[in-house]
Design a protein around this ligand. Structure first.
Ligand code: CTP
Length: 424
């Protein structure tokens, strides 16, 4: 229907980007998991009007009323979203007009037919993402491969389209690493040189220095970090980023040393043990662990630049101080109730971050708190207090706290003892 709607208006429609790449890479249909489709509209005899993508999206939304339409005015792109549709499940379709603003050709130029889609593809990150599949007739089903993307897919290599690609957009380094690890590809040697050149020439200043011109870049870096850190291959991706010295895009002092690797391994064990229900956002915890590995004076700025959530920023701001407090006080505490009193002030992610960087003895105490002490309940509850003749009210909290402390310290171990404890 989309191609018919485009043809009716005299436009070409192309499937571009990751969907084409994944179609060509998949050996069988069930290997294909496309949730994100990018379409580009192009004029037939001349460049399509800049609003063509939006117009097509509106026409499609009328044909598919279940889809939600979003229009992004600044870029003249539109998206149709199917959220948990019984047939399509969740699907996101971006529709854009071929962008030609960088190399305007006169409309009468006979090469124009293919040129605007070519220019659109030339702006893209890697040859394997710069392939287009024509969906409109004539020649529907034709693969447009201006930059050798098909050969690179076969040769399993990640190659940029021009030397300045990483200088223009340093987050492409992270994208390249993600694709390399995900597909088991290598960087084409010259592309790897361009990455190293971009890093050596200080391109990370743009991703780490906050100013009004860079938030979009930092948002993109965060998005790429999310993609990487939530994927099953996140560890290999971090290793490759480190080999390329690209972790400097997060902070110029960040590298994946043995200590950080140890902490990341420990973090996985903590998440597995303490958060089986996935109540924490694991990719964010991994990112917090990376940032926590920086000197305390840098943490808050990096967290803010990457626009982490308020609670993450807050944690990283307070980590050094909380850690110092816990390190000083915890070894002095003997009774379990005192330990609970101290540690219950902190949330699970904070305790995990502290544990990652603590010596073994302290870590064991935090471990004991999380695995044993937090599960101990007071032996009496509110109903028991009512039965014992206590009037419900705010004093219940204090009484139950006292009973919990006595339970933790094993002053009392059963109900009759608890009742006796109360009467004294
Ligand atoms: N793109 C780019 N430079 C970027 C981000 C995106 O050139 N910094 C282009 C690529 O051509 C990419 C397309 O925009 O294929 C769509 O981007 P996105 O949906 O982020 O990536 P996909 O390639 O579709 O990959 P994924 O499988 O991760 O969705």
């Amino acid at each position: 229907k989309a191609s018919q709607a485009a043809e009716k208006r005299g436009w070409h429609l192309y499937l571009v980007g990751g969907a084409v790449r994944d179609l060509l890479l998949a050996e069988t249909a069930d290997q294909l998991m496309i949730k994100d489709i990018d379409l580009v509209v192009d004029g037939f005899h001349k460049s399509a009007d800049v609003g063509a993508g939006v117009e097509l999206a509106k026409a499609l939304q009328e044909l598919y009323p279940a889809a939600r339409l979003e229009i992004h005015g600044a870029f003249q792109t539109a998206a149709l979203l199917w959220h948990k549709d019984p047939e399509l499940n969740s699907l996101w379709v971006d529709i854009a007009t071929a962008r030609t603003e960088f190399y305007p050709y006169p409309a009468a130029n006979p090469e124009v037919e293919a040129s605007s889609i070519r220019q659109d593809l030339y702006r893209r990150d890697f040859t394997i993402n710069a392939l287009a599949l024509r969906l409109t007739s004539p020649r529907s089903g034709e693969l447009l491969d201006f930059f050798g993307g098909l050969l690179d897919l076969q040769a399993k290599q990640i190659r940029v389209l021009h030397a300045n690609s990483f200088i223009e957009d340093p987050t492409r380094i992270y994208r390249g690493v993600r694709f390399a690890v995900r597909f088991g590809f290598d960087f084409e040697p010259r592309t790897e040189e361009y990455i190293r050149y971009a890093i050596n020439s200080g391109v990370y200043d743009r991703t780490t220095q906050h100013n009004s011109r860079t938030p979009a870049l930092q948002t993109r870096l965060k998005t790429e970090l999310k993609h990487i850190l939530e994927a099953p291959y996140w560890k290999s991706a971090l290793q490759l980023l480190d080999n390329l010295q690209a972790l400097q895009c997060i902070h110029h002092t960040l590298s994946l040393d043995a200590e950080l690797l140890r902490q990341l391994r420990l973090l996985e064990r903590c998440l597995h043990r303490f958060d089986p229900q996935l109540t924490l956002v694991h990719w964010q915890m991994r990112l917090e662990a990376l940032i926590a590995h920086l000197e305390p004076k840098y943490r808050e700025k990096v967290a803010k630049n990457l626009q982490l959530q308020e609670d993450s920023i807050h944690r990283l701001q307070n980590l050094a101080q909380t850690q110092a407090e816990v390190r000083e006080l915890l070894p002095q505490l003997q009774r379990p109730s005192q330990i609970v009193q101290l540690l219950k002030k902190y949330d699970l992610p904070m305790l995990i971050l502290i544990a990652l960087q603590s010596p073994r003895s302290l870590r064991k105490q935090i471990w004991h708190y999380l695995t044993v002490l937090t599960h101990i309940q007071p032996i009496l509850n509110g109903n028991d207090l009512k039965k014992l003749g206590y009037k419900p009210g705010p004093q219940y909290r204090q009484i139950l706290d006292d009973i919990l402390a006595a339970t933790l310290d094993r002053v009392i171990t059963n109900k009759p003892e608890a009742e006796l404890f109360l009467s004294t």
